[in-house]
Design a protein around this ligand. Sequence first.
Ligand code: GAL
Length: 476
Amino acid sequence: MRTTALHLWGPALFALGSSALKNGLALKPQLGWNTWNSFACDLNETVILDTAERIVSLGFKDLGYEYVILDDCWSAGRNESGYLVYDEAKFPNGISHVADKVHDMGLKIGIYSSAGTMTCGHYEGSLRHEEKDAALWASWGIDYLKYDNCYNEGEEGTPKLSFDRYNAMGKALNKTGRPILYAICNWGVDGPWNFAPTIANSWRTSGDLSNVWDRDDVNCPCTETDGLDCKLPGYHCSIMNVLNMAAYYPSKAFEGAWNDLDMLQVGNGGLTDDESIAHFSLWAAVKSPLLMTNVMTKIDAKTLSILQNPAVLAVSQDPLGSVAIRRWRYYVDDTDEFGKGEIQMYTGPLSGGDQLVVLLNAGSKPREMNATLVDIFWADGPDGTASEIQKSWDIYDLWANRMSDDDAWAIINGTSSQGASMNGPTGYNLSAMGGFEKVYSETPTSSSKMLMGSKVGSVNPSGTVKAHVRPHGVPC
Ligand code: GAL
């Protein structure tokens, strides 16, 4: 008999139906790496192939990270026939050559364009060139498109205008016959959670995420109060700004159609270790795509041990595909420099009858935090009527078995006796276990240290889960 378990910290929401896009992709939130945050316009063949090689050799591929995505600035206009051309200085052997190499490593490759006349970096956009561009990318072997929103000629302002503009590319991608994951990046304008699930695999929900925990910035003017109808999503948005907007629409995501809170900032400086853990945990809990953006050739031990926590990746890839919801939020007196100290609890079901609980301390002091079973299972029966409340639960800390710095450095330096993809002291090798898809889709059991962390306590019927939580952290 399985032990029913509460996963402490790790979070989830309700998955309904199957992808309306029907390309069979992103049935779990996509995992991968993108050039933008670390390389901006300085991407090239070497960057892509070096990164792909590290994704394999460091064990990221074995854990499920799959897509290597070229963001803005890869192109150099259109040729006389109207087809996009790649920048020959950056890609001297062409992009199909890079795609072949990436495929040879067992990975997939993504590209970027904008549903406008120009990309945000002022390169050629794809508006009214959808079919030619999609056909070209398919001929190169592209597996993923990130499709931005710059210079859209004013074709937004109603969900229908945005839908039509993004649907044109979705149809063009489908017409190629090649399965190409379609990731819309319109920063939440016109409510893509309403119009995009039938035409795309994921949609950005807000402005560009910066590597800062909580900071007001004039370039990210929308707050959660106007975030649902944001006219200028912008950039330099903080983790808390993006998270607090995303708290409102977890029910819009389902298999093959995910809310995208933007790429990970883990390993890019700017965040403390606790902030990075909280960021990664929450993005996994709300089933955002997990796209790393750190410089893989310069990765450090702490970055590796966060991005390679299999217990958190198993939450992201959980078979239920259920997004954690924010069950409560309280403001606290210990504020940060912007005066917004708060604590929150996210929870949701995981496969096999387990439940994810994330206690987030966004205040500036460490604190003891509590979550009652009544609150955790509120959605299953308000006022304490849910049958789950009458059960005892074991509590597992999903960060308990984080890889040690020594083990992580050994992997990075290529001196690990266990080799990459052996996850530190737990010593699991997902390839040897039949691959990450199989491992993550098997119901985690309390005997799996890799997927469950460690048992740290239990809670009696009608009881309360308690944890010590550091500032800007989740229990760990
Ligand atoms: C932004 C987008 C970023 C990045 C950038 C490239 O609009 O949100 O993620 O793609 O454009 O110019």
